[in-house]
Design a binder for this molecule. Sequence first.
Ligand code: NGQ
Ligand code: ZN
Length: 458
Amino acid sequence: MATGQVRRLFLDQALLPSGWARNVALDIDSGFIQSVTPDAPHRDGWERIAGIALPGLPNLHSHTFQRGMAGLAERRGPTGDSFWTWRQVMYRFLEHLTPDDVETVAAFAMMEMLEGGFTSLAEFHYLHHDRDGHAYGDIGELSGRIVAAAAEAGIGLTLLPVFYAQGGFGGAAPNDGQKRFICGVDAYVRLLESAKKAVRFVDDAVLGIAPHSLRAVTPESLHAVVGMAPEGPVHIHIAEQTKEVEDSLAWSGMRPVAWLLAHTPVNKRWCLIHATHLDEEEIQGLAASRSVAGLCPITEANLGDGIFPGVPFLSRSGAFGVGSDSNIHISAPEELRQLEYSQRLSHRGRNLFAEREGESTGRSLYTKALTGGAQALGRRVGALRAGSRADLVVLDSDAPDFAGLSGDALLDTYIFATGARAIDRVIVGGRTVVTHGRHYKRDEISARFAKVMTRIRS
Ligand code: NGQ
Ligand code: ZN
């Protein structure tokens, strides 16, 4: 049965699918959990992991390169600042990035994800061409850089090469700022072929597809691209801004999510990123589709997108997960906190993601985001059970915040009080990549990142 590297852990306390458990023996082979035994007697030779072990959270939406402009779009411009003016700043920023820069910034963001409680990511990757918009010899050049960064950082990867062909609804021509993204249907076939080879360099990586948004495709090209992938994840940005809803109505007479549900086979493979602006029928349709709502609460707040209708969506048993998207700030617990707080502010209530009296809000948020995140990434992650990847985030049980606490109160404290500073250790595919809260390559990756940023900013 043993086929690869074996690691045997003995966890003081852990969150299992069945609930909290103590003295958990966790047997790992080739990155996957072989068996989980709670209340096990201590076993000689097994490595004791003191602390509070959680399944690592999947990060279901990221553009790693945007980490390089975090904090640099917070200065007031000449006219009303918005998502659309931010996008102009972002387009200008990406004109600086060489392939080496893309790799370095990605490695830095991925390192921060690991230190911030995410153990895997879905990278929605849409930079394909050079700074002038010219093709590289291999259209998968920059996809390969994302894969290399994930391998270096030691994070689990779902790579989503992005199809981007149009500048707006109705087949509008792309603008100059979009020149690094553009690829037609034929080029996309080549991109997927190249990306398929590249992902082999990361253990257990998954390849999916991502039509960028309804703004960036035509119905025909969307259909063609979806037809290229008979399996695996399908992600798309949708209904993030009210202007997108208005433009969609003007173009087709339908709101974006309603249009997508009516014209494509949205199912469990799909992840609808943001899905912020939904009417009652769309909330119902999205929940019933069993796809995942890919919520990015910190970015959505930063960009002024609006507030996802979490309360009615949850009451229809909608599935969701969280993503760090623009990477303006990277923290798994803070994404969940922001999600709950957005609902509190709009409903003037509390504990809105808890569904029953006595239920912990933190536990509800965390376990739902694990399930939705794992589904969106198309990987066996998000649970400490036999057959899953051994992806763990271990909180420091000696932190004073946790004194005297057990069970779900630990999660509430992690999400609402300590945030990621309580993280002691992170294990991905059975391999420890963060110890005492620090990534094993922090110094080296940070130095490279600083060098790139200094050059770009001078
Ligand atoms: C993106 N980001 O692709 O990075 C987008 C902005 C767009 C977010 N939507 C560009 N948050 O949607 O056109
Ligand atoms: Zn995005």
